[in-house]
Design a protein around this ligand. Structure first.
Ligand code: FAD
Ligand code: UDP
Length: 393
């Protein structure tokens, strides 16, 4: 039997995953009076955006890799502001290639330092256009995208080795879309992102997620897997890996995972938050020094904690980070999507539920759009909720 408030039928929902996707859905449902259980098998909230104080140094650490909030979506920006204070933060990445330090994304300083020139914007644009391979009209691979955008020298110095380390594949095998997310600038702007809103939560991301979930009617169970639940729910919002929901019966979708090698130093280790190591002779991809993600408090800490980041193919039991989404995975994904669409009582959401690389802001935008749809659907005659709120194909 369902309870009612006014004309609305109240239901019981299970939300699997306490990252941004799950937290936003859970809050929305609870605010409308529904009974919501949130489960996450990890011992903390925040999903992959989880932040915690490093016990030895006191520095706020991004446990699953550096997370910088950036967006062009005012709704997503306004939403997160409600749950914690954001400090201004602009991501400025340095890159080491053949023992020299440059700035990324490729900008006028990178170009002038790399080629030993003093060009202005117009000259540099013409210079790079001359290096770019103009025979490539519609780049299909990462390599074609790079050669047609920046030419062979910058590609080899900054992208070839790093990408092979990051993806374990030749750049000829990777889609052009991976590189398209990086800007190329003919001025001295070294802001890694083009988005107008950018910042870092003063108390970390986990505090934001905790505040999103701080409403009556949500039962949070940490250290609890969905598979271990015995209760039945009217509907499940599943933000875990889609292949896992179906016990991997069609095979395992490919992911890259990361290994973080922690080390501590006195004071300031590298003078900035992130340095990429572009040469293949260096086994890791980057070093992040987390006190620099919180410049407003870094003077408080005498020590500093850093992480060398190594990328490899995810095996069973590894944390899935980057979906690979090449031809084989796309085929398997299509089969899982078909399976999901034939299943009732569950909606797949978020980066793992839809097997896509999603930045936090896109995750939030999609979750808020799903909330709009949920309201409309639950008030309609056919009040069944869809398997997907976005097309994951
Ligand atoms: P998640 O955060 O992954 O949450 C899913 C949760 O579900 C997890 O906590 C998991 O434990 C839980 N779960 C899964 N299966 C089960 C189960 N069966 N039972 C119980 N619990 C389960 N975005 C940015 O905007 N800026 C950045 O700088 C940025 N940096 C990134 C760096 C890295 C290395 C990576 C990999 C991603 C980065 N992102 C960044 C993306 C960001 O991490 C995602 O947008 C965000 O985590 C997606 O949230 P989510 O809720 O969909 O998934
Ligand atoms: N990349 C690179 N060298 C760098 C930075 C990025 O080759 O110094 C490539 C790499 O393949 C990466 C892609 O560009 O996956 C997109 O960069 P982004 O910073 O978005 O990387 P990600 O979010 O994947 O860490």
């Amino acid at each position: 039997m369902f309870d009612c408030v006014g004309s609305q039928i109240l239901r019981s929902f299970c939300v699997v995953g306490a990252g941004f996707s799950g937290a936003i859905i859970a809050r929305h449902l609870a605010e409308r009076g529904h009974k919501v259980t949130v489960v996450d098998e990890r011992p903390h909230l925040g999903g992959n955006c989880h932040t915690e104080r490093d016990a030895e140094t006191g520095v706020m650490v991004h446990k699953y890799g550096p997370h910088i909030f950036h967006t062009a979506d005012k709704r997503a920006w306004d939403y997160v502001q409600r749950f914690g204070k954001f400090q201004p933060y602009v991501n400025r990445v340095k890159a080491i290639s053949k023992d020299r330090v440059y700035t990324l994304p490729v900008n006028l300083l990178t170009i002038n330092q790399f080629f030993g020139t003093t060009m202005g914007p117009k000259e540099a644009r013409a210079f790079i256009e001359n290096k770019a391979d103009r025979s490539i009209q519609a780049p299909r691979s990462f390599e074609e995208q790079a050669l047609s955008m920046i030419g062979p020298e910058l590609y080899k110095a900054f992208f070839y080795g790093y990408t092979r380390k990051q993806w374990g594949l030749e750049p000829t095998e990777l889609p052009a879309s991976i590189l398209k997310r990086l800007p190329l600038r003919f001025n001295y702007d070294d802001n890694y992102f083009n988005h107008p809103y950018q910042g870092m939560p003063e108390e970390g991301y986990t505090s934001i997620v905790q505040n999103i979930l701080a409403v009556d009617g949500i039962d949070i169970r940490l250290g609890c897997s969905f598979e271990s639940l015995e209760e039945k729910y009217d509907h499940v919002f599943y933000t875990g890996p889609i292949d896992r929901y179906f016990q991997f019966r069609l095979g395992r979708l490919g992911y890259r995972t990361l290994d973080f090698e922690r080390f501590v130093d006195e004071g300031d280790h590298q003078g900035t938050a992130v340095i990429n190591y572009c040469d293949e002779t260096v086994p890791f991809t980057r070093i992040s020094e987390h006190k620099h993600f919180a410049p407003w408090e870094q003077e408080k800490f005498s020590k500093t904690v850093c992480f060398r980041e190594y990328s490899r193919l995810a095996g069973e039991g590894d944390v899935p980070y980057y979906p690979i989404r090449l031809v084989n995975e796309k085929k398997m994904l299509d089969s899982y999507i078909a399976l999901a669409k034939s299943e009732s009582g569950v909606s797949f959401m978020g980066r793992l539920g839809t097997y896509r690389y999603l930045d936090m802001d896109v995750t939030i935008t999609e979750a808020l759009a799903a909330c709009d749809q949920i309201d409309a659907l639950l008030q309609s005659d056919d009040n069944s909720l869809p398997s997907f709120f976005v097309d994951p194909a």
